[in-house]
Design a binder for this molecule. Sequence first.
Ligand SMILES: [Zn+2]
Length: 237
Amino acid sequence: MENSVYEAVEIGRGSWRIEDNGVRALLFAGSEKALLVDTGFGNGDIRQVVEGLTDLPVTLVNTHADGDHTGGNALFDVAHMHPSEFSFYFKSAAPGSRVAPLWDGDTIDIGGRRFEVVHIPGHTPGSIALLDRSNRILVAGDSVSATPIFIFSEVRSLQALELSLKKLDSMKGAFDEVYPAHGPFPLGPDTPGNLVRGARRVLDGEVDGRDMPPDFPIPAQLYDAGDGAMFLWNKIG
Ligand SMILES: [Zn+2]
């Protein structure tokens, strides 16, 4: 398989971001295990990339089950994700794919490094963030981003996202950096709070939506609420 699609960049000791054409996976190496967060589009062999960076056994976690985050899952034995993602995941997952549940408050311990699971529904029903309190990092998937956050199908909800972002904002004393899966990296600890205010302005009808180009496949409008808060929304949920 072609592996030049990936670019792995070290972002700290035992930490890498793996860029895959606009989406980003993350790899963290502990003393016993490595944690891979998401597997990109699946156009190459991301497992080979990971094994080139660490010899440790790899635990795969998905922040959510959208295709740009689970494309390489078939290269791993088990994908850990919130059970609210299972039904959507199995609509497109390779036959025989195995999953394991991650619940709010669960901890992933890779040896000398722990990540707490925070359930943050909105972008998808089972979206999660991972909080590493020792290194003061929040891994946020698509739920915190400086690029437009997609909230346009019936399973996505801007009101749920607003509540989840409030939850993250209430935890901001525990992190200095937010690691998003798309766009500028990293983001500051005020980003969830800025997105809360932006989501509220959109829900209150204070922001005009802009039509997407006619070839855009999804009926949704782009709402730019300022302060880096952008949502692609269809006014449902
Ligand atoms: Zn995504």
